[in-house]
Design a protein around this ligand. Structure first.
Ligand code: HEC
Length: 144
């Protein structure tokens, strides 16, 4: 039993590449879901509570340390689907982390503004967040 427990602990410490790819793809799906909620609220009827919830979720996932899910062993392979990460995300890890940090900063600012009542400020900040998605994908993802 002790041996089995120890083996499990080791397996837990080093997640399999397939798990890492699934987790990061899932994280980006949650990111996409909450981005769509904010876009919907800004395009249609502005619902401050909906925007607040989505912005808080986005900020939380953005600051969860996404680069930790991009280990060299997971540079190729399949999670829910084949990874679409570019090798630059692994070879240029410092720049990749900088892009993730920028995303986290802009998402945190969006959450702060969403807590207030200035809809125009939220709209402008949402555009900044969307720009961080696009510029990271252009450098570190095979498709944007
Ligand atoms: C720091 C870089 C970075 C930022 C910022 C970023 N992405 Fe991504 N995104 C990636 C990479 C790399 C992948 C590929 C992951 C994989 O397949 O292993 C990805 C994948 C995705 C996917 C596909 C997930 C799947 O199921 O395969 C979606 C959707 C997505 N991103 C949306 C967004 C949105 C929306 C934002 C901004 C709100 C965003 N991303 C911000 C790097 C980033």
């Amino acid at each position: 039993l002790l041996l089995a427990t120890a083996a499990f602990a080791v397996a837990e410490n080093a997640p399999r590449p397939e798990s890492l790819i699934k987790w990061r793809q899932s994280a980006f799906q949650v990111i996409a879901w909450n981005t769509a909620r904010i876009k919907g609220a800004l395009d249609g009827h502005y619902d401050p509570r909906e925007v607040r919830r989505a912005a808080n979720t986005l900020a939380a996932v953005a600051q969860s340390d996404l680069p930790a899910l991009f280990t060299p062993a997971s540079a190729t392979g399949r999670g829910w689907r084949d990874t679409t990460a570019r090798d630059t995300a692994f070879n240029d890890a410092g720049k990749f982390r900088a892009a993730a940090d920028e995303f986290a900063r802009e998402a945190a600012q969006l959450a702060r503004l969403a807590a207030g009542t200035d809809q125009q400020a939220v709209t402008a900040q949402f555009a900044r967040v969307a720009q961080t998605c696009k510029s990271c994908h252009q450098k570190f993802r095979q498709i944007d």
